[in-house]
Write a protein that binds this ligand. Structure first.
Ligand SMILES: [Zn+2]
Length: 289
């Protein structure tokens, strides 16, 4: 079952270029299936979830990385997140049928911004924001790496109803701009651009790398397995309710007899009755707010 939810690192021997390649099947289909996204919306989301997997592999520390696009088109939000390098979740919001009739990033999301948020397990949250002006998600992310990290990066993302796939190459921070470094990067990044979506969605990682880079010395590392996993919990929901305040909670109890929270990522329902809400606000955690 996990066969097609894999991420692999690769390195070019004798250069300072690294790569990541990912294919998602069960994890991608699980998320899309929960929300019944129209095919073109699902495919756009597939690019986001593949990108979140690739970007998570570029982190130097454990944490969560999310890619969130907000725009003024039929879709208002597309968000994908990868936690601990292996746990994927995401969501699309907006007028899904209207967005389902078009196919480009611009047509679905209109103009807006793309935010890349990194939350390290220990340390400060970081967010980089780039405009969604370029033609594709790949190009927006390449611009992000150029601007925020100053790391030359190329990536290609593809999705069909069954699979989401992505490949990334990145020039690691280097000690000097030698002519060899520059020419290595030019060769590898130009080769990466030749991959076609149908190749990404049909060939094994090994075959994709052979097709692209058979004249280079490429080393492919052991696979890492990814899966759909939602990090919501009763405890995190309680914290969110405490933040909303006792007045708001009492109003909801008054009107509806209970507080029902449905997780937007996994549809898990968390239900709280009057007694539970009152005891929440009498807990030590609540007095901190
Ligand atoms: Zn959830």
């Amino acid at each position: 079952m996990k066969k097609n939810d894999i991420l692999q690192r690769f390195l070019f021997d004798g250069t300072d270029i690294r790569g990541e390649i990912v294919t998602l099947e069960t994890s991608y289909q699980t998320i899309v299936g929960k929300h019944n996204y129209p095919p073109s919306v699902a495919e756009l989301f597939g690019e986001f979830i593949a990108a979140a997997s690739l970007l998570s592999a570029t982190l130097k520390f454990p944490g969560i990385i999310s890619i969130q696009a907000r725009g003024d088109g039929p879709l208002s939000t597309v968000m994908a997140e990868c936690a601990a390098g292996t746990q994927l979740r995401g969501i699309v919001r907006g007028d899904l049928p209207a967005a389902g009739n078009v196919s480009s990033l611009q047509d679905m999301l209109g103009s807006g911004t793309l935010a890349i948020t990194i939350e390290p397990e220990d340390g400060e949250r970081y967010q980089g924001i780039v405009p969604m002006e370029s033609g594709s998600l790949s190009q927006c992310l390449e611009f992000y790496f150029q601007q925020s990290e100053q790391l030359p990066t190329k990536l290609r993302l593809s999705a069909n109803p069954e699979l989401a796939a992505g490949i990334l190459v990145q020039q690691m921070p280097r000690t000097g701009d030698s002519a060899k470094n520059i020419s290595d990067w030019e060769t590898v990044s130009a080769l990466l651009e030749t991959i076609k979506p149908e190749e990404q969605l049909s060939l094994s990682h090994n075959d994709q790398l052979y097709l692209l880079f058979h004249e280079e010395e490429v080393r492919l590392f052991e696979p890492q397995y990814l899966q759909f996993f939602c990090s919501c919990s009763k405890q995190r929901t309680e914290s969110a309710l405490i933040n909303l305040g006792i007045t708001e909670m009492r109003n909801i109890i008054e009107e509806q007899g209970r507080v029902l929270i449905t997780c937007q990522f996994c549809d898990e329902e968390y239900c709280f009755n009057k007694e539970h809400i009152e005891s929440l606000f009498n807990s030590p955690e609540a007095t901190l707010h």
